[in-house]
Design a binder for this molecule. Structure first.
Ligand code: CMP
Length: 151
């Protein structure tokens, strides 16, 4: 089974769509292994968005991400990284397909509601960056054989 991270950004909290987004992950059949609110530190964001540090929007992105707490989850499932990326939609809410999280809840590239891990390796790094070991819960989801079948 694969793990992935989703971080609901300040616009998700301000718009009051946190529950709806978590609900989508649950309905899809993904297993919730961790869920918490956190205030991201500048150091965490500089590491998390290191690949954007030379972009003109970097300072605004950090400010935005520190403007309210965030809601972070760890989700598990077969191919969870790709599934959650598909559910989130492409980066810009203006280009994301209707039916995706960004396509349904965002009309902006910078205020795009959610961050999701872009690879299994990134997911494992993000888990370490944002969660303590004790915050990740291992539990048996009894309907997993019905959700994932042989695959
Ligand atoms: P995220 O998936 O969290 O990864 C980097 C974030 O930078 C992205 O979502 C957007 O919130 C933001 N971002 C990406 N491109 C732009 C841009 N051109 N202008 C402003 N913000 C951007």
């Amino acid at each position: 089974m694969q793990r992935t991270v989703a971080i609901l950004k300040p616009d998700a909290l301000q718009r009051g769509v946190v529950g709806e987004i978590i609900h989508r992950f649950e309905r899809k059949g993904l297993k919730l292994m961790a869920i918490k609110m956190l205030s991201a530190t500048e150091a965490q964001l500089e590491e998390h968005y290191a690949h954007h540090k030379d972009k003109p929007f970097f300072a605004d992105l950090k400010k935005f991400m520190m403007s309210t707490p965030l809601v972070a989850v760890v989700l598990e499932g077969v191919g969870a990284v790709a599934e959650v990326r598909r559910m989130a939609g492409v980066t810009s809410g203006r280009e994301a397909e209707l039916g995706s999280i960004r396509g349904d809840f965002s009309i902006s590239r910078s205020k795009n509601i959610i961050h999701v891990s872009d690879s299994p390796e990134a997911a494992e790094e993000e888990i370490v960056r944002f969660f303590e070991k004790s915050e990740i819960y291992k539990w048996d989801k009894l309907h997993s054989p019905y959700t994932f079948a042989e695959d």
